[in-house]
Design a protein around this ligand. Sequence first.
Ligand code: PHE
Ligand code: NA
Length: 540
Amino acid sequence: MAKKERWASRLGLVLAMAGNAVGLGNFLRFPAQAAANGGGAFLIPYLVALLVMGVPLIWVEWAMGRYGGQFGHHSTPGIFDSIGRRPYWKYIGVFGLWSNLIIAAFYLYIESWTLAYAGYSLLGGFETTSAGAFFDRITGNFPNSIWAFSVPGLVMFALCIIINIFILSRGLAAGIELVSKIGMPLLIVFAIIIAIRGLLIVPGVEPITDQARAAAGFGIIDPQAVASPFEGLRFLWEPKFDSLANPAVWLAAAGQIFFTLSIGMGSIHCYASYLREQDDIALTGSTAAWTNEFCEVILGGSILLPIAVAYLGLSQVQEMTAGGSGFGIGFMTFPTLFQKWGVLAPVAGFLWFGLLFFAAITSSLAMGQPIMSFFQTEFGLSRSKSALAFGAMLLPFAAPVAFLAQGSFFDEFDYWAGTFALVVLATAEAVLFAWIFGMDRAWAEIGKGAEMRVPRPFYYIIKYVTPTFLILILVAYTFQPAGRMEVTDGVTLQKKLVEKGWTPYITGWFGKEPIPKWEWSPSGMIGKLLYRDLALQKQD
Ligand code: PHE
Ligand code: NA
């Protein structure tokens, strides 16, 4: 076996971990989830979830990863095994592989769009092609079919997977770490440029033409409705207390915290397992987490909503993000709007999709590495063989993503792998670390080599509050929205809803409708699928 791999530098480690966390979730999912859940009303549950689950679980995952790494384990099953010392823990740990694999399949697909869009923007493609037409060109569009693919789209997807496998095969320091050192600073610079230019938009002075509007597929714009971009900021950042009693908002906020910090996926376990025993995790872990929060609340918050509000007005923007998805605005609306940006117009699209690409690739690598490490450490495969094994395992999941219409499965993937499985794994690890390993040992692990004292209240938060919260969330999942109608599941349903005048969302990945009423369904998650069928029937 190859000699023990390590991160080459502290800075590289922080950037790799921040790159892991900062992803499409920060720039597309966060603003849309916030808008769909009442803007500033989302922020309070979000910050509470950050403090009682996000930050504590970051420390827990870093500590577990570093601990397992000392026994030569670099993926969740092995790490759980080194802590749990009961055979079943390693099987629970397998969640930490599957979630990554399944999320990676559709994440890489979207990553390939950002790559295609960045290239096309740079070539000036959107001066003549509408974003909608380009979207159809790369995702394929056969009316009334569950199939959706195109040759250029498949090529880009394959290219993207190959790039990821290649980077992974170069090893930690020469691969992920190097890409993060280049990608993270660029991403932040690009985001700052876009955000500043966006906040300088003078509403009404740069109106969008009816033609551009039609091309981008958004509705009639009421000139009275367009507002200052700062209205978008205010909507997002001004705390509102009116939804604190709404469980749907809490669930959405907790879900976003998980997704954005990459918690409960096994990805952080893996990265942290390449630390040395005495490396600090208290300060380094929080630095990576706060970098993600900066890139989410500040940067992510200053782009999608303010720009869209300045051109379209808040109500139209709320309508477009009602499903919690930022895809429509990010991929369909922005390339059109950027054409109005004067000197920046030729590069604005490149900056936007470039930043999305860097955000995405440093995250998709973080999904691939645990699977790769699993093959390396548990089966003794070489680095390149392990990277290829990741590619091979990806195929059965990438195939439906590549060939089927997004509406038919994105929502399922996102729900099972991107939402539910994360909470299961996080609950398991919180119990394992705080209760089975033991809170005193866990606390000592977190504090080992620490360059910052973790405030004592976190001892109790990790022991009691975090697991309680997690269990509450699992219970909440067994409640189903009563008579809920899924807007985004299934091409047919989508079409029917369009006919009925609903806003057409591009995809179901981020597509969750605001939920009206709740009822307990003992069948839990299964109920969710049933409801979709009911919704389908209701439409007939
Ligand atoms: N945290 C990433 C984002 O915000 C997503 C991610 C999930 C990254 C799983 C790594 C592992 O987009
Ligand atoms: Na993130």
